[in-house]
Design a protein around this ligand. Structure first.
Ligand code: 8YV
Length: 323
């Protein structure tokens, strides 16, 4: 601890705003920059209460957590926290916070943009113009959003923001999730294959982690059918990427729009080589405005905790308020 400020161990590189604000209020230790990470952990762990996570760093699992006996809170950047074993943290009484809500509208905007790009081939048409091909002939006619139904996989806060946009587009929405939700005007499917059979677009916006790993597999893609379009703004782990590549290659589905991948930032060359897919570098929430709001929340959770006021946005697994 330096000059009476509490220590914060930051695991991966967070945005400059977060680093600056944490440095202002705490004594910051940057694990990802340490030449000897074990030595830094050994140095700070005996009294460490506060941690900041998110960005690129190894998974925070039970083993890692056991090295920090006094840890109280992990403030994580992003609404998704599949890089942290929140149940293992809960068992140790460690609170985990994420950055929900402040990114809902941004990710929904991106999802709709990606959907339109994929259905109407907007990036391909743009490339066509730039290549001078319009001078030779018009761009071929494309698929349409008209006459389609969208199945949302995971109707959480972001899923609902996507559904609201689709309402304005006059595109019918149905959803799949663990539970039927009260007061939701969309048809519920308890069976994902049944929903995939009934719709021609799936928008995946469910949390990542072991519970949803490869939820979208060969059988779901087959049920989606040859007119089918898969949009994924959730986590790459939710889709069986090999099955998706196979389905696209064999034209079992029509196309895909992907913002997330199994092994980011590495994207399979098979996907990069395909013309009928739209690929984005995980930019769902990546505007200056929204990333600042997310960053602010990472800092505010730590400040609130350090001031004895508890966490602002604890994840559901977290024991808060304390039982
Ligand atoms: C971030 C995200 O890109 O919020 C999330 O879950 O996927 C994104 O906003 C990611 O968390 C960066 O680490």
């Amino acid at each position: 601890m330096e000059s009476g400020k509490a220590d914060v161990l930051m695991l991966g590189p967070l945005m400059p705003l977060v680093i600056a604000e944490i440095e202002k209020n705490f004594s910051l230790h940057r694990l990802w920059q340490a030449r000897d990470k074990d030595a830094l952990i050994a140095q700070v762990s005996p009294g460490l209460r506060l941690m900041a996570a998110g960005g690129a760093h190894p998974a925070v699992d039970a083993d890692f957590l056991s090295r920090f006996p006094k840890l109280e809170i992990i403030s994580s950047f992003g609404v998704g926290y599949d890089h942290i074993d929140a149940k293992a943290a809960a068992k140790r009484g460690v609170v985990v916070t994420n950055t929900p809500d402040v990114l809902n509208e941004e990710v929904a905007d991106t999802a709709l943009g990606l959907l339109l790009c994929t259905v109407r081939e907007l990036p391909q048409a743009e490339r066509y113009l730039r290549a001078g091909k319009w001078l030779e002939r018009d761009y071929p006619l494309t698929a349409t959003l008209r006459d389609r139904t969208v199945g949302i996989v995971g109707l959480g806060r972001i899923g609902k923001a996507i559904a609201r946009r689709l309402d304005a587009f006059a595109v019918p929405v149905v959803y799949f999730g663990r539970n039927r939700q009260e007061g939701v005007p969309y048809r519920y499917y308890a069976d994902l294959i049944a929903m995939a059979r009934d719709v021609d677009i799936l928008i995946v916006v469910t949390p990542g982690g072991p519970a949803t790993r490869h939820l979208i597999d060969a059988a779901v893609l087959e049920a989606l059918g040859p007119n089918g379009i898969l949009i994924n703004v959730a986590r790459g782990s939710v889709v069986d990427e090999a099955a998706l590549i196979h389905a696209l290659r064999e034209k079992t589905i029509l196309s895909a729009g992907l913002d997330v991948f199994a092994d980011e930032p590495r994207v399979p060359k098979e996907l990069i080589g395909m013309e009928n897919v739209v690929l984005l570098p995980h930019i769902g929430s990546a505007s200056v405005y929204t990333r600042q709001a997310m960053g602010r929340l990472v800092v505010d959770n730590l400040l609130s905790w350090a001031a004895g006021k508890g966490p602002l946005t604890p994840v559901p697994e977290t024991p808060w308020p304390r039982p």
